[in-house]
Design a protein around this ligand. Structure first.
Ligand code: NAI
Ligand code: 13P
Length: 333
């Protein structure tokens, strides 16, 4: 049994806290609003982000970051990617020197174009051997209800990877070990862009053929960028690649897909994200991926069109026409 601080109490932090508590760990969730923390502590439920899932007695909720961090043996970060830098920096100032860090967010920092493990290393230069990423096809709504789920835990350090594997492993939440941190981070972040596109396609009334095309060619461009940035190609065929792409492009739990559906039906990106009311990571990840693709000279035609749609530079109809009318070519990654 370990003491674990969960930093961020959205749907994912809350769902993962229930897995950890189910294993008997002593879990403290931090959330930034003190009144909401008190309410959640009293209600024993996250009514805003994960309604209907009861919180066990070994989960404590606090609005005090120091309380969640200071005695923790492991810290699980589950705040949106663009907030990670600030939240991580402050939290680590309270943490024990040997704390294990697990990041559950899926995104790339917009301004710096850094993966979140790179952001963490900028702040704590010796963090790599104590840092793990958890990622895979896993919607909070299902994990919170103990529906069978598989994910990967990636770390460059094998001991850290297996320690984190053990922290979460249950009969309903199966954790695999991975060493390709770059591939796992990029797979989890970039699939959200394709899910947004799949949603736009659904919202425009296109069919399963169009969605399968987006998913397959989308995976090709995810892998292309990933390999150029140092990922292993096999990772994109695993849980954190094609696995997460499938669940996010097909599930009505996906906020990225649902946001795309609203855009495909004619809403502006701002109206669509406001209506979703939870983090839609693809909005910032698309901008970061567009920047990374340009900087590394990798061709990402779907990402480029989605970038233009969400920035009001083209509409979805024109984007589809351009993608379908691209020069004829051989099928390859
Ligand atoms: N919901 C899901 O099923 C899954 C989500 N993820 C990832 O987990 C991350 C978090 O997502 P969700 O929990 O779903 O989001 P959410 O929208 O449900 O909740 C986000 C939480 O972060 C808090 N937050 C936002 N900015 C903050 C800041 N600056 N400081 C402190 N707290 C802040 C919000 O108040 C809220 O409690 C995202 O990167 C997402 O892609 C990954 C796998 C599954
Ligand atoms: O990453 C996820 C599932 O694995 C969550 O996807 P959404 O952010 O689109 O809900």
């Amino acid at each position: 049994m370990s003491r674990i601080g969960v930093i961020g109490a959205g749907s994912w932090g809350t769902a993962l806290a229930t897995v950890l508590a189910g294993k008997g760990h002593d879990v403290t969730i931090w959330l930034r609003n003190k009144e909401q923390a008190e309410e959640m502590q009293k209600d024993r439920e996250n009514k805003k982000y994960l309604p209907g899932v009861k919180l066990a007695d070994n989960i404590k909720i606090t609005g005090d970051k120091e309380e969640a961090a200071k005695d923790a043996e492991a810290l699980l970060f589950s705040v949106p990617a663009q907030s990670f830098r600030d939240v991580f920096k402050e939290t680590m100032s309270f943490a024990k020197a040997d704390v294990i860090v697990i990041n559950a967010a899926k995104g790339i920092e917009k301004g710096s174009l850094l993966r979140l493990s790179q952001v963490a290393e900028e702040i704590v230069p010796d963090i790599e051997s104590r840092y793990a990423v958890i990622s895979g096809p896993s919607h909070a709504e299902e994990v919170g209800r103990r529906l069978p789920t598989t994910v990967a835990v990636a770390s460059t350090d094998e001991v850290t990877a297996s320690t984190v594997q053990d922290l979460f492993f249950t009969d309903r939440f199966r954790t695999y070990i991975q060493d390709d941190v770059v591939g796992v981070e990029l797979g989890g972040a970039l699939k959200n862009i394709i899910a947004l596109g799949a949603g736009i396609s659904d919202g425009m009334g296109f069919g399963d053929n169009a969605k399968a095309a987006l998913m397959t060619r989308g995976l090709a461009e995810i892998a292309r960028l990933g390999i150029a940035l140092g990922a292993k190609s096999d990772t994109f065929l695993g849980l954190t690649g094609v696995g997460d792409l499938i669940v996010t492009c097909t599930s009505m739990h996906s906020r990225n897909r649902r946001c795309g559906i609203l855009i495909g039906q004619g809403k502006t990106p701002k109206e669509a994200t406001d209506e979703i009311g939870m983090v839609v990571e693809s909005m910032s990840t698309t901008i970061a991926a567009y920047g990374l693709a340009k900087a590394s000279g990798v061709e990402m035609p779907i990402t480029e069109k989605i970038y233009e749609v969400i920035n009001g530079m083209t509409d979805a109809d024109a984007a589809v026409e351009t993608l379908m009318g691209r020069e004829r070519k051989h099928e390859k990654i």
